[in-house]
Design a protein around this ligand. Structure first.
Ligand SMILES: Nc1ncnc2c1ncn2[C@@H]1O[C@H](COP(=O)(O)OP(=O)(O)OP(=O)(O)O)[C@@H](O)[C@H]1O
Ligand SMILES: O=C(O)C1=C[C@@H](O)[C@@H](O)[C@H](O)C1
Ligand SMILES: [Mg+2]
Length: 170
């Protein structure tokens, strides 16, 4: 296994947080989630950060957090925000931190999983389907570039996805 950390990347709703928690238990690793850490550090929700300060401010928080974790994080499953790999500098840092696993999901799966969700500001608009399809097309090359391992998640249970990751990183 390259390095001692596992980094989960992928679109909103691909399962990074849900899968990461269970994966960390199986590996007896710590679990960290960049979205949860940013909400704790800023003492507010991601919705509020986007609403009050805008997306670029949030992206800067993500990069700052990644830099602060880079040299000290060990034996950890890190679940990232869906936009983390868009910045080239973030992709470079993620790859240095550990083995990067891209959880791939189709737009249909994402929309099904997130129907009724109100916590993801980028999908809170009149046409979440158009937004998800457009962002997914834009970002897929970045996810693929950063990935050491790609796991398809459509129509798979979370436990099965965890099992596939464990096999792939052996
Ligand atoms: N393989 C799956 N099958 C069914 N539901 C799933 C699957 N993976 C995730 N979900 C559901 O989709 C929702 C979003 O999952 P999760 O929060 O883990 O996504 P995420 O990748 O962390 O998203 P974000 O980038 O916004 O943080 C949750 O309700 C979760 O239970
Ligand atoms: O895909 C994205 O850009 C985002 C995904 C979430 O994890 C959060 O980081 C935030 O809602 C933005
Ligand atoms: Mg998440």
């Amino acid at each position: 296994m390259k390095g001692k950390n596992i980094i989960l990347i992928g679109f909103m709703g691909s399962g990074k947080t849900s899968v990461g928690k269970i994966l960390s238990e199986k590996l007896n690793y710590d679990f960290k989630d960049t979205d949860e850490m940013i909400e704790t550090l800023e003492d507010t929700t991601i919705n509020n950060i986007f609403r009050l300060h805008g997306e670029e401010f949030f992206r800067d928080l993500e990069t700052t957090l990644l830099l602060s974790l880079k040299d000290t994080m060990r034996n950890t499953v890190l679940s990232t925000g869906g936009g983390m790999p868009v910045r080239e500098s973030n992709r470079k840092i993620l790859k240095e931190m550990g083995q990067v696993v891209f959880l791939r999901a189709s737009a249909d799966s994402i929309l099904k999983r997130l129907s009724g969700d109100t916590t993801r500001p980028l999908l809170k608009n009149k046409n979440p389907k158009e937004t998800a399809e457009r962002l997914l097309a834009q970002r897929t090359p970045y996810y693929e570039e950063a990935a050491d391992v790609i796991i398809d998640t459509d129509n798979k249970a979370i436990d099965d996805i965890v099992g596939e990751i464990l096999n792939a990183i052996k």
